[in-house]
Design a protein around this ligand. Structure first.
Ligand SMILES: *Cc1c(COP(=O)(O)O)cnc(C)c1O
Length: 428
């Protein structure tokens, strides 16, 4: 598509956008009485206007029913998660049985590694991307140590080549083939939080399986952002947080995916708890753990109704949008427009002040654009904030801007470019 760098053009794209009305369903933060252009949905998604009523409904159930709320009322808490599972399954490309909302992300990463990282003397290594989100690094290192191995030789990190910012798929696949039968687990991000690179998940999964390894993904930056087919891609397990592209609020509940091929495998370790026990027998309080079939069998503690109510509100927004296909259609265009606009700013400045490190190829990225600012990065980021544009900052010099198809517009992107040029001319 041929883009133009003017307001009328951006507005005409908004008029043609069938999802444009959805932004009215979200609250935008304000500064001096003016709403921010919010480009930070990769970090914390905006609040759906329906979030409050979902919470209030559960507070009322608690108020009026107290303990009876587990089995009575319009949404008995005992089965509340089943409503979410139907919608979550559509967001990540799975069956409802394969997903479950529970805990928070890093906790689930640990719980799933308990089941799926089963090192042996010969096969004990984990392959991951270099520069993964720190929580993932700490979780993986501590799991490796827990099993008595040394992270120094048990963790293989695949890094970009010298002078490059992102990973080549061929290098990832070569690293997997290279370590071959020493790999117990391939554990990658879906979309890298820093560069915005979307890894070739099906290819990584295939290569991991060819090497005889289990393959899992952390989808914190992928779920709700890019189209996923976790079941069809034959991924073994995955987990994600729901507060980034899925707008479930700070500390929102996490989701897990376990491929159905593992449901009957009794050899999998679990850190079990009563809520993972077979649902129909749970309240018999019997000795001897028998897991509920499916992802629900990984639950540990009783279901978190209030955080689930928030996630439910947001999942209904995805349902209203028609789930991920129409969102992705818009997202591809919206982010391509941001690429174009940033390059227009560079052209006006006569130098590459803003180097985009996110892959330009659609298939290798989601919504996010990560930009290295050459001169005065922090000052520029601050000035954007002062001008009502809220992105996010990563040390030492990266500005991440994520136009989110649920609530951002082409006009947002155009104005961001206009302000960025103005600020750059003033500051450098
Ligand atoms: C955001 C993010 C997390 C955060 O983990 P929490 O347990 O929810 O705090 C972890 N991993 C990745 C890759 C992330 O992007």
């Amino acid at each position: 598509m041929i883009f133009e760098n003017n307001l009328a053009f951006a507005q005409s794209l908004d008029q043609q956008d069938p999802l444009q009305h959805l932004r009215n369903d979200f609250f935008f933060p304000q500064q001096n009485g003016k709403p921010f252009i919010y480009l930070c949905g990769n970090s914390l998604g905006l609040q759906p206007k329906t979030a409050k009523e979902h919470i209030e409904q559960q507070l009322e159930n608690w108020q009026n029913l107290a303990v009876e709320g587990w089995f009575e009322g319009d949404t008995p808490w005992m089965f509340y998660h089943k409503e979410l599972k139907k919608l979550m399954a559509q967001v990540v490309g799975a069956s409802p049985q394969e997903v479950c909302p529970m805990n928070t992300l890093t906790v689930n990463l640990h719980l799933l590694m308990v089941s799926f990282y089963k090192p042996s003397a010969k096969r004990f290594k984990i392959i991951m991307e270099a520069g993964a989100f720190p929580s993932d690094q700490y979780a993986i290192e501590s799991q490796v140590r827990f099993h008595g191995y040394d992270p120094e030789n048990a963790i293989i990190e695949v890094a970009p080549r010298a002078g490059e910012q992102t990973l080549r798929t061929s290098d990832i696949l070569a690293a997997i083939a290279d370590q071959g039968d020493e790999i117990a687990l391939v554990l990658f991000g879906g979309v890298n939080y820093f560069t915005g690179q979307w890894y070739d998940m099906p290819a990584i999964t295939k290569a991991g399986h060819a090497a005889g390894a289990i393959v899992g993904f952390d989808l914190a930056h992928a779920a709700g952002n890019v189209p996923l087919q976790l079941h069809d891609w034959d991924i073994d397990f995955a987990c994600w947080c729901s507060y980034k592209y899925q707008n479930s609020g700070p500390g929102g509940i996490s989701g897990i995916f376990v491929h159905e091929k593992h449901f009957k495998d009794r050899s999998l370790n679990r850190f079990a708890g009563w809520w993972g026990y077979q649902e129909e027998q749970r309240f018999k309080m019997a000795k001897g753990f028998v897991p509920e079939a499916g992802a629900d069998g990984w639950q540990v503690s009783c279901t978190q109704v209030i955080p689930m109510a928030l996630y439910y509100a947001s999942l209904q927004m995805f349902e209203k949008a028609g789930f991920i296909t129409p969102l992705r259609e818009k997202s591809k265009k919206l982010t391509a427009y941001l690429f174009y606009i940033v390059n227009e700013v560079n052209r006006s400045l006569g130098e590459e002040q803003y180097q985009i490190i996110t892959p330009a190829t659609e298939a290798d990225r989601g919504a996010q654009v990560s930009i290295i600012a050459k001169h005065k990065p922090k000052e520029i980021f601050k000035a954007l904030m002062d001008n009502n544009i809220l992105g996010d900052w990563r040390e030492p010099n990266v500005i991440r801007l994520s136009p989110v198809p649920l609530y951002n517009s082409f006009e947002d992107v155009f104005i961001t470019g206009e302000q960025l040029l103005k600020i750059s001319k003033e500051l450098i």
